[in-house]
Design a protein around this ligand. Structure first.
Ligand code: HEC
Ligand code: HEC
Ligand code: HEC
Ligand code: HEC
Length: 377
């Protein structure tokens, strides 16, 4: 069957009609502060990967061989790097320093222990959130309330007798401290995209790639994968801790949820980028954002999930369609930021409802491809 592009005469969506009363919950959520607005991890909370190695040696080894452990930083020595920097007015001597925007995405700014250190590559906390600093999640995330333990194995043994109340309060504390767990699929996907969609018109105009191909499942299942927590000898297909907890969780469901979380994160971020651009001409950041919005909306339609239908209604209500996306106007910032907030509220509620990833329809088909080879796989 030929795929109908967004705002085509999609039967399922049209049959629903524009939601009226059913959208109440969604509107009520709008405007709430989001934990993953467009900004990179707070450096004053980043303590560095040495603080993780004692318990997560297998994850660290997998990471070291990945693009985040090596290539990301090495790219700053590429001849193209000095060209991009020059066009942005960054001196060659400053490319690897805190003065350049480059090290925010090709390195990790760590400041939890005092002076700023720029670590090479994108470290654990670039994705899982800064763990140190005042009230950081490092100590609390592995504290089962049963005293210190010397090894990860001993800690995991304690896990088996953790009470439900303790688990709930430990999770709440890590969430409050900004930890991105495997369970927080939307937050993690959104965080990947903050580097993988380059949100800077000047950088793209200088020739830097805008990274149009990122898709969460494909990009997380290859060289990035490090699911060793419950068994350091096996890089599991999906996070081992996630799989061992919750109701009816399966690897298949996990990938479906990741796929949708990735599309929703992409949609929200692309709408936010679209809000800020000054041009939507071919080859610009605005054009890229439009394409991504378009693609993500197609995926939302194709999923045929009623809980996601409000997103299409939001677009309709705000008269956003292909032709209007392509014209930048003075009021765009307000329009697209508002729409992004509304879509985000739907996405948050959706991922919360489906956090066990069961019950997603067969129409949600995550890609089977993987970017690079999984470590140990
Ligand atoms: C003292 C041992 C120890 C140290 C040090 C440690 N961890 Fe952990 N980590 C654990 C344990 C135990 C768990 C399982 C927690 C649970 O049951 O919720 C865990 C779980 C995790 C998870 C998975 C959580 C989830 O729900 O998906 C992530 C991510 C993580 N740690 C990251 C880190 C990072 C990053 C560092 C360094 C900044 C670090 N850890 C340092 C012991 C440790
Ligand atoms: C918002 C995050 C971000 C910023 C800021 C950023 N980069 Fe990148 N950079 C990336 C990503 C992601 C890629 C990989 C793109 C792809 O191929 O998918 C990349 C790719 C590159 C490449 C390879 C280009 C190629 O054509 O193969 C070079 C060189 C590079 N960056 C240098 C720089 C320099 C120099 C700066 C600062 C002037 C910089 N980057 C700023 C995220 C960023
Ligand atoms: C702090 C910025 C940052 C974050 C966050 C980030 N990445 Fe990256 N990533 C990069 C840079 C820079 C590169 C190097 C570009 C390259 O390899 O061409 C890269 C490379 C990659 C590559 C290798 C691409 C290739 O062409 O070889 C994959 C796969 C990848 N990232 C997936 C992810 C996933 C999945 C997430 C989230 C779970 C993520 N990244 C989060 C900055 C980031
Ligand atoms: C590029 C982003 C990124 C980086 C860098 C990263 N992680 Fe992760 N991590 C993830 C994602 C995404 C998942 C969940 C994967 C999934 O859903 O398949 C995850 C899962 C985990 C888990 C749970 C595994 C399980 O079996 O349950 C642990 C523990 C963990 N990471 C620790 C670390 C440590 C320690 C580092 C640094 C050495 C690190 N991560 C670096 C993105 C990242």
């Amino acid at each position: 069957m030929q795929r109908i592009r967004f705002f085509g005469n999609y039967a399922w969506w049209r049959a629903r009609g524009v939601c009226l009363a059913g959208c109440g919950l969604v509107w009520a959520l709008v405007g709430g502060a989001s934990v993953y607005s467009q900004q990179l991890i707070d450096a004053t909370k980043v303590i560095g990967r040495d603080a993780c190695s004692k318990c997560h040696a297998a994850e660290l080894t997998a990471w070291q061989g990945s693009a985040h452990g090596k290539k990301a930083w090495d790219l700053l020595d590429d001849p193209k790097a000095s060209d991009f920097a020059r066009k942005l007015g960054i001196s060659a001597a400053d490319i690897k320093s805190e003065k350049s925007t480059c090290t925010r995405c090709h390195g990790t700014h760590q400041k939890a222990t005092g002076n700023l250190i720029i670590a090479k590559g994108n470290s654990c906390e670039s994705c899982h959130g800064g763990a140190g600093g005042d009230g950081g999640w490092l100590a609390v995330h592995s504290d089962y309330g049963q005293g210190a333990a010397d090894t990860l194995a001993a800690l995991l043994k304690q896990r088996e007798s953790e009470s439900a109340d303790h688990l709930a309060s430990r999770k709440a504390a890590t969430q409050k401290a900004g930890m991105n767990r495997a369970e927080d699929a939307l937050a993690i996907a959104s965080n990947c995209l903050q580097c993988h969609i380059v949100p800077d018109e000047k950088l793209i105009a200088a020739g830097h790639p805008s990274s149009t191909k990122f898709e969460f499942v494909e990009w997380a299942q290859g060289e990035v994968r490090h699911n060793f927590l419950l068994n350091p000898k096996e890089n599991a297909e999906v996070p081992s801790l996630w799989l061992a907890t919750g109701e009816g969780r399966t690897p298949k469901g996990r990938k479906q949820l990741m796929f949708l979380a990735g599309q929703l994160a992409d949609l929200v971020l692309s709408l936010r980028i679209r809000a800020g651009v000054t041009s939507a001409k071919r080859g610009t950041l605005g054009d890229l954002a439009n394409d991504r919005i378009d693609d993500a909306l197609d995926e939302v339609e194709d999923a045929e999930i009623d809980d996601l239908a409000p997103i299409l209604d939001i677009m309709k209500k705000n008269k956003i369609k292909k032709s209007t996306l392509k014209k930048t106007k003075a009021g765009d910032k307000k329009l697209y930021s508002g729409v992004a907030d509304e879509v985000q509220a739907v996405a948050d509620a959706f991922v919360e409802k489906y956090k066990d990833a069961n019950g997603l329809p067969a129409s949600v088909k995550p890609p089977r491809k993987a970017k690079g080879k999984a470590f140990g796989g």
